[in-house]
Design a protein around this ligand. Structure first.
Ligand code: KG4
Ligand code: ZN
Length: 334
């Protein structure tokens, strides 16, 4: 079964052809980062306009690279939420048009389900049940996944997403948007113990996160000491990164203990973070849990993960009608 996945929920226009929900025959991502960078964040109207320009060439390229025509496909998966309304509508209209013209079955995919299932494209991928941490620019949520299509929320951020904290701190430091990778790179030569940043919600019976206090702690530090350069900048980045990775992995391990999980998946843009990956590995090993880390390019937004989630839904008989609409605040699971 070959599924075309289309993703336009934020600032990447992406399309991919995936075979049997496991193998990406193509995976094309056209990023708008350079367009939004000068504004320090995503401008929704600019995102929609650029999706309109990019979506057809990106789909064409995905089909060409996979060596298939629309008539060789068996289904379509398209992100229908959560995300920016105008951006989502672009992918949706194209997917619905293709479905109408070809008769291909269509399914609206939750972007977070796409992130959770991106690991299916790795050679070593878990079958449910597993625990999945979605940690991205818009979300930080821990899910129990007893079966494909069933998602139980165990905990979530009460304010900023982890990626949002990265992006806001990077802005304070004068680093480019999105701030995750530049901070990660600077942190590589820094001392994570140089500054003691706070960990919020430390109680063992709370599975949620809060990152706004950490952001304020960085701001206070900068107000007292000025914006650092050189080694002091690297030390600040490493200390901030340690606080985020420590908080994320501690709560994930608490969740894993609570539901007796044996398998854990990290996904979403922040799952590309080097310290989060190494600390999660350390703590998963200590707890005897098998950790699955998607390759970094599958952590950030892409069309292949949407095709995988589309494949699983289509296999279960889920179909969307042409009345399918964007749902900007679609919550995954219960
Ligand atoms: O999943 P994603 O591409 O888009 C959303 O669905 O939000 O995630 C983007 C987020 C941004 O906040 C970016 O700063 C962060 O992922 N990110 C990272 C790294 N690479 C990307 N955060 C920390 N370390 C990284 N290496
Ligand atoms: Zn995403």
């Amino acid at each position: 079964m070959r599924v075309l996945g289309i993703e336009t929920s934020c600032d990447e226009t992406a399309a991919a052809v995936v075979e049997n929900g496991r193998v990406a025959l193509s995976d094309v991502v056209s990023t708008q980062i350079d367009i939004h960078r000068r504004w320090g964040g995503v401008i929704p109207e600019l995102a929609s306009r650029n999706h309109v320009l990019q979506v057809m060439p990106v789909i064409d390229e995905a089909l060409t690279r996979a060596g298939v025509k629309l008539t060789d496909l068996d289904g379509l998966g398209v992100t229908s939420g959560p995300g920016l309304q105008g951006a989502l509508l672009v992918g949706l209209q194209v997917a619905k048009s293709i479905s109408l013209a070809t008769g291909l079955p269509l399914v609206g995919v939750n972007h977070l389900e796409g992130h959770l299932l991106a690991i299916r494209l790795a050679p070593d991928a878990p079958e449910p049940p597993f625990l999945g941490l979605v940690v991205s620019g818009g979300h930080t949520t821990l899910y129990e996944v007893p079966a494909f299509g069933t998602y139980k929320k165990l905990g979530s951020t009460r304010d900023d997403a982890a990626g949002e904290a990265y992006d806001k701190v990077a802005k304070l430091l004068g680093l480019p948007y999105p701030g995750g990778l530049p901070i990660d790179q600077l942190a590589a030569t820094g001392d994570p113990k140089a500054i003691s940043f706070p960990r919020a919600l430390k109680q063992n019976d709370v599975l949620d996160w809060s990152f706004s206090g950490l952001k304020t702690a960085v701001l206070n530090h900068l107000q007292q000491h000025g914006v650092p350069t050189g080694q002091a900048l690297a030390d600040l980045c490493a200390s901030f990164q340690e606080a985020v990775a420590d908080a994320l992995t501690k709560k994930v391990m608490l969740g894993a203990k609570k539901v007796r999980a044996r398998q854990l998946v990290l996904c979403g843009g922040v799952a590309a973070n080097s310290r989060l990956r190494s600390l999660a590995q350390e703590r998963a090993d200590d707890a005897g849990i098998k950790l699955y880390l998607p390759p970094k390019r599958l952590c950030t937004d892409n069309g292949a993960m949407i095709a995988v989630a589309g494949h699983e839904a289509l296999q279960r008989g889920v179909r969307s009608q042409l009345s399918l609409d964007a749902d900007p605040s679609w919550r995954l699971g219960s």
